[in-house]
Design a protein around this ligand. Structure first.
Ligand code: CDP
Ligand code: CDP
Length: 208
């Protein structure tokens, strides 16, 4: 069973993906980390504006060396959305994602284009959303608790900018797949969001 979870920043898709993966004992890939890692490499080289350099970084990405903690900063979220708009970068990351999704028992993947581009035939597709204000509040709390010097207003501005860039790009834009189930978590805490997500996946599994 492949579960594809997409949605904008801080909608709660990663939390749901992790919990669903644990529930079904499936491997999970947070595909945002791939773009964040490519961005980190480009920033380290001082070449975020260099498209060929970002494609080269994407081609040489090694899943086993990704450090999620180091990659989940606000600056890398922003830089990731810059490199993620490049068709060559996305193409270079396709194979790795397809191989991950092709594991024997299945897999859970979350990102922006899983249900539309990476796994269009996934058994269960969720599109997770929440209002920009709720998402900014969640992300602000998360970053502040990790000691990032950031304000709520800066997080909200970053989220709006990334939503716009991710939705407007030509290649694999952030859109809901036609056959995805929409889950708005604005009013849901994590247990309630998980219960709703599980109900959707169970219904899809049983062809409802
Ligand atoms: O956790 P959050 O939603 O803030 O970010 P993320 O999922 O780590 O993604 C960071 C950026 O990578 C996004 O803003 C997208 O531009 C890009 N991304 C993408 O284009 N396609 C994906 N499948 C996953 C992430
Ligand atoms: O993966 P994505 O960027 O969509 O979001 P996330 O990392 O799953 O969630 C962002 C933050 O919101 C985390 O700190 C979650 O614990 C929190 N969250 C929440 O408060 N309520 C939810 N229903 C889902 C997530």
């Amino acid at each position: 069973m492949i579960i594809a979870i997409d949605g904008p920043a801080a909608s709660g898709k990663g939390t749901l993906a992790r919990r669903l993966a644990a529930h079904y004992a499936l491997p999970h890939l947070d595909t945002g980390l791939l773009y964040r890692a490519v961005a980190a490499r480009c920033l380290a080289l001082g070449r975020l504006d260099d498209a060929p350099a970002s494609e080269e970084a994407a081609r040489h990405l090694d899943l086993s060396t990704l450090d999620p903690e180091a990659l989940r900063t606000a600056a890398l979220g922003e830089a990731a959305s810059v490199v993620a708009a490049r068709q060559g970068v996305r193409a270079a990351l396709l194979d790795l994602q397809h191989r991950f999704a092709a594991q024997p028992g299945g897999a859970v993947l979350d990102g922006r284009d899983i249900g539309t581009v990476i796994c269009p035939r996934a058994e269960a597709k969720l599109f997770v959303t929440a209002t920009p204000e709720v998402r900014a509040e969640r992300r602000y709390r998360e970053l502040a608790s990790r000691g990032e010097p950031i304000t709520y207003d800066a997080v909200l501005a970053d989220i709006r900018k990334r939503d716009e860039r991710d939705s407007a790009r030509a290649t694999a834009p952030l859109v809901m797949a036609e056959d995805a189930a929409l889950l708005d978590t604005s009013q849901l805490d994590i247990p309630a969001a998980f219960a709703a997500a599980l109900a959707i996946v169970e219904a899809r599994r049983h062809g409802r």
